[in-house]
Ligand binder design. Structure first.
Ligand code: UDP
Length: 239
């Protein structure tokens, strides 16, 4: 028998950096293709996949605001960056013959559909990958919060938060040799111990709505599939 997925509908959160691969700015086409191939494998198991992409590989509002720009304006630029990343993922998915739709949190009709929940549900149920662009559409938020919000809206079973490390650690594994990986924890513990998973706004939204979060390493090929099959990888945050 083919292995059965543990989740039917997932929200995959990719940081902008996940699309950067070995580069230090922008989008690496090979890396994006690799992600699209993994999404295709999961999709072929019958899993509905929604994606939220960040923008940090192009533009991050907070850092630019620190250098003097009005924060709200810088954040709108950051949101536009997420739309660029969303388009590059859509392109890579379509090249894998996977129908994909970018849904923007604000109107940009010639570029992407505007997000509405019913349309998003329709796309998912029709077997299309939905990529949520422009974050929440509001400055002072992050794409992690967008991931939390959209996951709850579409009734996802879990948020899969892709990172460059194997999960949550007790300390920074790069600088502290005593750091060990935490396999399982709660939203409250993440908040109290200020574990670096997602920002507090995103975590508390997940906590209030009992949305589990799996933090896992995207740089290990095949990990998205392992995560969907429920194999013991990464760190699971749930109540
Ligand atoms: N952003 C925003 N509102 C949102 C989501 C994102 O203002 O709802 C802006 C913010 O400036 C942020 C940038 O978009 O710095 C890129 O998003 P994020 O930093 O979350 O990307 P990631 O770290 O995942 O690459």
């Amino acid at each position: 028998d083919d292995p059965k997925p543990k989740y039917n509908r997932i929200l995959l959160k990719l940081s902008g950096e996940a699309l950067m691969g070995p580069r230090d700015y922008g989008v690496d086409p090979d890396t994006v293709r690799g992600i699209a191939v993994q999404i295709k494998q999961v999709h072929e198991m019958g899993v509905q996949v929604a994606v939220v992409v960040g923008g940090g590989n192009i533009f991050r509002g907070v850092s630019v605001a620190a250098a003097g720009m009005v924060r709200a304006t810088a954040d709108y630029m950051g949101m536009l960056a997420t739309v660029m990343n969303s388009l590059s993922l859509q392109d890579a998915l379509e090249k894998q013959e996977l129908p994909a739709r970018v849904m923007s949190a604000f109107d940009m009709r010639q570029v992407a559909e505007t997000y509405t929940r019913p349309r998003a549900m329709h796309h998912l149920k029709s077997g299309r990958i939905v990529i949520f662009g422009a974050g929440t559409g509001n400055p002072f938020f992050t794409t992690d919060t967008a991931a939390a919000l959209r996951s709850v809206e579409i009734g996802a079973d879990i948020i899969m938060k892709a990172t460059k490390v194997d999960g949550i650690y007790t300390a920074d594994p790069v600088t502290d040799s005593t750091a060990r990986q935490i396999r399982h924890t709660t939203h409250m513990n993440v908040l109290e111990k200020q574990l670096k998973v997602m920002d507090a706004t995103a975590i508390s939204l997940c906590m209030d709505n009992k949305m589990p979060i799996l933090v896992f390493n995207l740089t290990e090929p095949g990990n998205i599939i392992k995560a969907v099959l429920g194999e013991e990888i990464g760190t699971l945050v749930e109540d």
